[in-house]
Design a binder for this molecule. Structure first.
Ligand SMILES: Cc1cc2nc3c(=O)[nH]c(=O)nc-3n(C[C@H](O)[C@H](O)[C@H](O)COP(=O)(O)OP(=O)(O)OC[C@H]3O[C@@H](n4cnc5c(N)ncnc54)[C@H](O)[C@@H]3O)c2cc1C
Length: 401
């Protein structure tokens, strides 16, 4: 494995930094998915998406034939890492548009779908924003258990059911929706299809869910006789599970660089804080326990970086990662937990104040991470599910479910 990041990617890193400094307010701070909550933040995120699209960064890793930049995996990695470090909003166009909807349409969609949706996503405009409708009240880890049903009626499908935890549904124009088309299939996986749903369709009700940080990023979405044109079926009926596994693999593969960048930024801010913070007459950074724990987190961040490099290098060589994304997610979940708890201990009683209080330290970055880590450990598949995947695909253990 070659650890050296290519020169063009390092040049891009500088460009992204300059972009962030020029375009973001000096005091800009936003936690992961937070931009979806307040109207003004979302409007700002959309204005940045458009600029990213104009620079050719939004879909830089897409193939040129689909209007992408044909960038290398290393460039994509560096762009994402910097986007996380500077909390650049609008890089995802909702949930999944760039990372799995577009790439899956390239693989499994038909020509009309590619012509219609791919340029919309790449434009950075609000009409290119998507949400992902997988989870339901009785189908999370057990994804194959989805019950949202469809009945074919003439040239359309009638959709009925409920989705849960649907991030960005309140902002999205389209939904990447997993539905049950064959309730009698012998294997649950064989009765699932994938539909593209216009979120403006009559019969859709979106109910907000506020997370424990007080932000509105996910929702409950109800489908009551929602009519979806048959042409919005992706690929073949009842083959959805196969497309969804590919989409999930894209999802797990693309999330790390940004999370790594976010962690690095909070780490740097915390390191600077302990140098300034005087306790018992000397900087907190001179406390041997603080120093030791800082070093431990630094080592773990470095390991996270190297694990991410390994996947990037493999992808660059044309090797498809199988268990590696799950390994990285499981590692990141634990790292976020340990780092967040350590950081909150460092900030002490100040970590209890509201994010916008004048007493908040590090602009609330540490609290944001702390409030976000349990959710991130579930999103995209829980840590336990990632460990099951590692057990099965890396260690050759029997399936656990
Ligand atoms: C921030 C955030 C954003 C999200 N965004 C979306 C979105 O946009 N679209 C969407 O569809 N969903 C979204 N989700 C939902 C997410 O995919 C689910 O929360 C996740 O798949 C877990 O499902 P669940 O919540 O039903 O938990 P469950 O599946 O009920 O799991 C409960 C617990 O049991 C454990 N468990 C379950 N099965 C096993 C097993 N076989 N082996 C070992 N342990 C097991 C789990 O690890 C977990 O600890 C989001 C979630 C979060 C937190």
């Amino acid at each position: 494995m070659d650890f050296q990041i290519p020169e063009e990617a390092e040049t891009l890193r500088k460009d992204v930094r300059e972009f962030a400094k020029a375009e973001l307010p000096e005091d800009w701070v936003a936690g992961i998915l937070e931009e979806e909550s307040r109207d003004e933040d979302w409007a700002f995120a959309m204005s940045i998406s458009k600029k990213l699209a104009q620079k050719g960064w939004l879909t830089m890793a897409w193939p040129k034939e689909y209007g992408g930049g044909g960038a290398s995996h290393w460039e994509q990695f560096v762009y994402r890492e910097e986007a996380g470090y500077w909390s650049i909003p609008g890089t995802g166009m909702g949930i999944g548009a760039i990372d799995w909807v577009g790439p899956c349409l390239m693989l499994f969609g038909n020509d009309e779908q590619r012509k219609k949706y791919i340029p919309l996503i790449a434009s950075g405009e609000p009409d290119g924003v998507w949400c992902t409708g997988y989870s339901e009240p009785n189908a999370g880890s057990d994804f194959a258990n989805i019950q949202t049903s469809v009945v074919k009626e003439g040239n359309s499908y009638l959709v009925n059911g409920q989705k849960l935890w649907t991030s960005c549904a309140h902002r999205a124009r389209w939904c990447w929706l997993a539905v049950r088309t064959d309730p009698n299939a012998k294997k649950k996986q064989h009765g699932i299809s994938l539909l593209i749903v216009d979120m403006k369709s009559p019969g859709i009700t979106i109910r907000p869910l506020y997370n424990h940080a007080g932000f509105h990023s996910f929702n409950e979405v109800f489908f009551d006789n929602v009519r979806v044109p048959a042409e919005n079926l992706v690929g073949d009926e009842n083959r959805g599970w196969y497309y969804l596994m590919q989409a999930l693999s894209f999802e797990r593969h693309t999330a790390f660089p940004q999370a790594l960048g976010t962690c690095r930024r909070v780490f740097d801010e915390l390191a600077s804080y302990v140098k300034r913070r005087i306790e018992d007459g000397k900087p907190l950074s001179q406390d041997p326990i603080v120093r030791r724990r800082f070093a431990e987190i630094a080592v773990e961040l470095e390991v996270m970086k190297v694990l991410s490099y390994e996947i990037t290098w493999k992808a660059d060589q044309g090797i498809i990662p199988i268990y590696e994304s799950s390994r990285n997610k499981a590692f990141l979940d634990r790292l976020l937990e340990r780092f967040s708890i350590f950081g909150m201990q460092i900030i002490g009683a100040y970590s209890q104040v509201d994010l916008d209080s004048r007493w908040t330290k590090l602009q609330g970055r540490m609290q944001r991470l702390y409030l976000t880590f349990p959710g991130l450990a579930c999103a995209g598949g829980t840590s336990e599910i990632q460990k099951n995947i590692i057990g099965q695909f890396k260690l050759g253990l029997p399936r656990s479910y």
